[in-house]
Design a protein around this ligand. Structure first.
Ligand SMILES: [Zn+2]
Length: 171
């Protein structure tokens, strides 16, 4: 299965916003402005748990490489538990974040509250070598891959790591 990328990205986003403005007046759930960025980040955090034998693996890969628009339905279908834990996270709610898939709340939850089989660690880049980087987290140093091609500066860049993949850089 190779679903086509959504070519009408801009127009659907605009009409989505117009609709949500109406909903906002009625006090109904509103998508944040950076909803697509949040979905992309969520997809990247979940991606290390994707299985290559899935028939939509290539679609997921295109999404995390920004060659395809993120898809909430696919996230829910493939990473239902991760979505559920994000939506229901009490610590996020305590901190005032809504589970609205804004970039900020997705980052906050995965960096600090992710409780999957493989933990997310926050690390500092020590050394960069081609596609790989050596990082330190606590007292542990280890090599990780940089599949999303983030710009990394040794001794400066902090990153979050999931399953030995750099997911995002942290300011
Ligand atoms: Zn959380």
């Amino acid at each position: 299965m190779t679903p086509a990328c959504l070519a009408q990205h801009t127009s659907s986003k605009l009409s989505g916003r117009r609709n949500s403005d109406k909903l906002e007046q009625r006090g109904v759930f509103v998508q944040p402005e950076n909803y697509l960025e949040g979905l992309l980040l969520f997809s990247r955090y979940a991606f290390p748990c994707a299985k290559e034998e899935w028939d939509d693996f290539d679609w997921l890969k295109k999404i995390v490489e920004k060659k395809c628009e993120p898809n909430g339905w696919l996230l829910e279908y493939r990473f239902g538990n991760a979505c559920k834990s994000y939506v229901e996270c009490g610590l996020c709610r305590e901190s005032g974040y809504k589970a609205d898939f804004s970039r900020e709340s997705v980052a906050f939850h995965w960096r600090y509250h992710h409780e999957g089989k493989t933990p997310v660690s926050i690390a500092t880049v020590l050394e960069v070598s081609r596609e790989m980087a050596m990082v330190i987290s606590g007292s542990k140093t280890f090599w990780v891959s940089n599949p999303f091609k983030h710009l990394l500066e040794p001794m400066i860049t902090s990153v979050s790591v999931h399953n030995n993949m750099i997911i995002e850089t942290i300011e």
